[in-house]
Design a protein around this ligand. Structure first.
Ligand SMILES: Nc1ncnc2c1ncn2[C@@H]1O[C@H](COP(=O)(O)OP(=O)(O)OP(=O)(O)O)[C@@H](O)[C@H]1O
Ligand SMILES: [Mg+2]
Length: 257
């Protein structure tokens, strides 16, 4: 039975890769209905932190608490079982299948899935959140923005109420980005929690309630969006010349998808 995530906390998360301290004692918190932006330059450790929350990596130290209870998230399927969904920058959809088929793909081995029932549930989700998508459309027919919505629907269909989006607007047109921002706001109003990774300050200001800024793997600020500005965030993100937390070496980034 999935309990709704009212409060999520990552405490003292540390993660090393060979030669790189990717996350160093990182603390973040998120309440239900909140949009948290994780802001930081390339290589600051944003994706690593979210991959840990999604069960793709195990931290070297630190813990994750859901509703005050320490949990161990060993895999993405365990993350999903806890109600955590993640939309990666690179979509994982099968173009020759329909929206509906993509959404239910891999969900049930035991039962013959009733496509009509699934389409009905998908329609309910799309109506609730104002996600305009036809469940019978083939994925190859969809725009990039629509494909991203299918990924969001996939997460919601699996019961996600905390949704992580890793630089979702990087692949979108300005118009699609605006639509996504409205969608995220709407989703948070309806009681979902959202974590948005971004390095676009205007987006962060437009959509988030709070901003955690990562620099060289460490949290260098955690601020209420209404109490900050793009200028302040830019300074926090880049830091001063004498930034205290420099890494010794940098390795080529390995992407998972
Ligand atoms: N699987 C891995 N193996 C080795 N090093 C890694 C791995 N994943 C990340 N790193 C390193 O950890 C550091 C943080 O990377 P991460 O991808 O978390 O940063 P990011 O803030 O998401 O950056 P970007 O904005 O470029 O996506 C980088 O130096 C990166 O090279
Ligand atoms: Mg990243």
């Amino acid at each position: 039975m999935v309990e709704k995530i009212e409060h999520m906390e990552m405490c003292g998360i540390t993660k090393h890769f060979p030669g790189v301290l990717s996350n160093n004692k990182v603390d973040i918190q998120l309440k239900t209905g909140e949009v948290l932006a994780i802001l930081g330059e390339n290589g600051a450790g944003k994706t690593t932190l979210m991959n840990i929350l999604y069960g793709l990596y195990q931290p070297d130290a630190g813990k994750i608490l859901l509703n005050g209870k320490t949990v161990k998230i060993n895999s993405p399927s365990e993350a999903i079982a806890f109600g955590i969904g993640m939309v990666h920058q690179h979509f994982m959809l099968v173009p020759t299948l329909t929206v509906c088929e993509n959404v239910i793909l891999g969900l049930s081995k035991k039962f013959l899935v009733d496509l009509k029932m699934a389409a009905k549930r998908i329609r309910k989700i799309t109506e609730t959140y104002g996600l305009a998508i036809n469940p019978d459309a083939y994925v190859w027919q969809l725009s990039v923005g629509e494909q991203q919505r299918v990924e969001i629907i996939k997460a919601l269909y699996r019961g996600a109420n905390l949704l992580i989006l890793d630089e979702p607007t990087a692949v979108l047109t300005p118009q699609e980005s605006n639509e996504l921002i409205l969608l995220l706001k709407n989703m948070s109003k309806l009681g979902n929690s959202i974590i948005l990774i971004s390095h676009k300050l205007n987006e962060v200001m437009a959509v988030s309630d709070r901003v955690t800024v990562l620099r060289d793997g460490e949290v260098c600020a955690d601020v209420e969006t209404r109490e900050t500005s793009q200028e302040e965030l830019a300074k926090l993100m880049v830091g001063r010349e004498m930034a205290p937390c420099r890494r010794k070496a940098s390795f080529p980034q390995v992407r998972l998808s």
